[in-house]
Design a protein around this ligand. Structure first.
Ligand code: BDR
Ligand code: CA
Length: 306
């Protein structure tokens, strides 16, 4: 089994990524680091705690991270897309849960070392903080997977930028520069990782899936937004879930290898780019540029429709 430390901002697609890991015997989630992004850090933290509790996994440490990006104090949240993070579903108001200090990241890395994979499906601030605070530890981990960017395709938060790299582009650049064995799944692949109403319907009826009760309302909330923003779309993209899926199923996407960069300010803030000129050299980051949809949906169904 793969040991994963997940940095995230749940978030509907982050939530689906957590559900997928909870139900997947080939993945062991060894910690969740929560940050601002789709919702506030506090809400993201409660959402993550709720999703692991539903799976009876209160033992998974939840570690709160950043509340805001490095460049500015004000943060834009996205209730129109994610509601309070799990769409219209809220953690019970009397839910009890424990959180762990940031240093726990160091202990988790020391425990698992080169067995550990770090995944970041949120804004880049918290992972960049971990790189700055524990540089030698970050060198020990096996590999990193980051959801972010849009290469030569439209962004989703601006014409040029994808939300995770737009949220804190300075931190994104830091990660892109210092991470080794880095795979990124940008919108090029993730925008096509679409969950459709028929599959949601089947999951809702599946008694073996502990999340079945929330699947339809969560999906409907999310799909409502996408129907308005992408005319004719047949479902809603679950970006973050794809990012985790490719760890064990790398051939679900095709890759190019380049050094990726993010524009840190101005009109093009958050825009990701590579030097794609014919004379340019390939680089160190594995970038998913195309999705094989059938393979994606087969693997999704294998786990979510047990
Ligand atoms: C990414 O931005 C967030 O809003 C989603 O959860 C995903 O991680 C998609 O651009
Ligand atoms: Ca996310």
């Amino acid at each position: 089994t793969k040991k994963i430390l997940l940095f995230c901002d749940p978030g509907i697609d982050d939530s689906l990524a957590i559900m997928y890991t909870m139900l997947n015997p080939d993945i062991e989630l060894v910690g969740i680091v929560t940050s601002y992004g789709n919702v506030t850090k506090e809400q993201a933290t409660a959402n993550a705690a709720y999703l692991v509790q539903l799976a009876g996994r209160n033992d998974i440490p939840i570690i709160p991270g950043a509340s805001q990006p490095v460049q500015q104090e004000d943060v834009t949240f996205y209730p129109e897309i994610h509601g309070d993070g799990i769409g219209p579903i809220h953690p019970p108001s009397n839910m009890q849960y424990q959180t762990y200090p940031f240093d726990t990241i160091r202990y988790i890395i020391e425990k698992y070392r080169d067995e550990l994979i770090i995944v970041d499906t949120g804004r880049s601030t918290t992972l960049a903080m971990a790189f700055i605070l524990f540089p030698d530890h970050l060198k020990m981990v096996a590999s990193l997977y980051v959801m972010g960017g849009a290469f030569f395709v439209p962004g989703n938060v601006t014409a040029l930028a994808e939300a995770n790299f737009y949220g804190d582009p300075t931190s994104s650049n830091y990660i892109l520069k210092f991470a080794h064995n880095l795979t990124i799944t940008p919108l090029n692949a993730t925008q096509f990782a679409i969950l459709t109403p028929d599959i949601v319907d089947a999951i809702s009826k599946n008694k073996k899936n502990i999340y079945a009760f929330m699947m339809a309302p969560v999906f409907e909330y999310y799909y409502e937004f996408y129907k308005k923003s992408v005319p004719g779309i047949s479902g809603a993209p679950i970006h973050d879930l794809l990012t985790i899926m490719v760890i064990n199923h790398p051939t679900i996407v095709d890759y190019i290898y380049y050094d990726a960069n993010v524009v840190e300010g101005g009109e093009a803030k958050g825009m990701s780019y590579i030097d794609y000129r014919p004379t340019s050299k390939t680089g160190k980051t594995r970038i998913a540029i195309q999705l094989h949809y059938e393979a994606f949906i087969d693997e999704f169904s294998r786990i979510m429709l047990p």
